[in-house]
Design a protein around this ligand. Structure first.
Ligand code: SAH
Length: 214
């Protein structure tokens, strides 16, 4: 189904799948067609994942929007994303947190880190930085973060990410095996994570030290 951007935004609101105005506005503003491979522009607003480089995918718009709503983003926040992929999710977050906010998005695959950087630039996003490296260890240099989002499936919440989250902060992460995961939302309260299950989703596996592949 590819009825376009506005149709999808209306659908989310009428079905109450996603109601956070900030998420809806960012979705309407950021051109997803700048983040897909050339030849796929026409599919940019189909509610499906699309291929990018290195056998990875840009997540389905509805999945992205549900995760961003769960993140409870506010202007001025510092956010860490693991799994830059196309850079699209980082662009949405950067748009929501605004110029006082900052996004660090980590990418394991060099080709994709370059792809994300190029796409963000083309979309005119200048408060998101792509970091090439293993995000399962987090990005200590800029910690702690108000919010952390992981867009690849992990076997559990990596310890390093829990550590790098501020008190009161929220992490949203798919947890499970290679075939099926539950998106978990966790808030850090008195140093401990209080988790909530947002339901079943399918993601590509997290690579690296704490990933599913090694
Ligand atoms: N958020 C992306 C889609 C993510 S797909 C977007 O908006 O397009 C998941 C991405 O996570 C892939 O690009 C994959 O290479 C990356 N990835 C997997 N394991 C990783 C790790 N340990 N550190 C950083 N990136 C990782």
């Amino acid at each position: 189904m590819n009825k376009g951007k506005e149709w999808l935004a209306d659908y989310w609101q009428s079905t109450r799948t996603v109601t956070d105005k900030k998420v809806i506005e960012a979705f309407l503003k950021v051109p997803r067609e700048f983040f897909v491979l050339s030849g796929f522009e026409k599919e940019a607003y189909a509610d499906v994942p699309l291929p990018i480089h290195a056998e990875q995918t840009i997540s389905q718009p509805t999945t992205v929007a549900i995760m961003l709503e769960a993140l409870e983003l506010k202007e001025g926040m510092k956010v860490l994303e693991i799994g830059a992929g196309s850079g699209y999710n980082a662009a949405l977050i950067a748009t929501i947190v605004g110029k006082e906010g900052k996004v660090y998005t980590m990418e394991f695959v060099k080709e994709l880190a370059d792809f994300a950087q190029k796409n963000l630039k083309r979309a005119g996003i200048n408060n998101a930085v792509v970091v090439h490296g293993d995000g399962s260890k987090g990005f200590e240099r800029r910690a702690p973060y108000d919010r952390i989002i992981v867009t690849a499936a992990a076997p559990s919440i990596p310890e390093a990410l829990a550590k790098q989250l501020k008190e009161g902060g929220i992490i949203v992460i798919p947890v499970g095996d290679a075939y099926m995961q539950h998106v978990v939302k966790a808030r850090k309260v008195k140093g401990k994570l209080e988790t909530q299950d947002l339901g079943e989703f399918i993601f590509v596996p997290l690579k690296g030290k704490y990933g599913l592949n090694e």
